[in-house]
Design a protein around this ligand. Sequence first.
Ligand code: DC
Length: 238
Amino acid sequence: MKKIIIAIDGHSSCGKSTMAKQLAKEIGYVYVDTGAMYRAVTLYAMRHGMYPEAGILEEALKADVDADKIQITFKFNPETGRPDTYLNGEKVEEEIRQMEVSNRVSPIAALPFVRALLTEQQQAMGKEKGIVMDGRDIGTAVFPQAEMKVFVTASAKVRAQRRFDELMGKAKTQEERDALNYEEVLKNVEERDYIDSHREVAPLRQADDAIVLDNSNLTREEQSAWLLEKYKEIVAKC
Ligand code: DC
């Protein structure tokens, strides 16, 4: 069967990665979480003192990007059945999902030199096709020629609740659970929506030829079944 590129874009915390991962597994495609790549660059900047509270030290970050000092890779984890994210050879999968990173990633993702670097890497990953990539600009900027494009959305409140539940599930101690606050998560979701949709380079927007999926009221199983059905319809016509 012909291999295609599947681009899954949409708002933060709307379950894109869960459905993209599931589809990739079902059809034997490679899955790439591009949000994890922006998160890894953010973590790098935070660790190197280039992203203190006051803002981003853009020049310092650009110098390291230009000097090829930020390598992001993925390695399949047989235990979880998903790829883990590595930053310069170190596994950072858990760290990049923390709120400190979530709160800082959007301004980093708006920097043109960061987008140029990651877009180039993503295009290289899709050269052989047979890939499911999720992000914000995959169907518009990274692979405008993708055979299948899906734009996923859900209300901000539903997305904040999902993210809150996910963080709660991952919290290891009572202290970590007490530190979580739904209103704060909602604020983060809304702020990221705003920055992601209003940045100058590759803003989050629906591609004209994308299929829209509002999953506010769908279960995971319903979403997965819907996505697989769409894939079968599209690939049959390719
Ligand atoms: O999907 P996520 O929440 O892990 O994404 C993290 C951030 O990265 C989010 O604020 C938007 C940004 N992002 C982006 O600008 N372009 C992408 N292709 C993927 C993510």
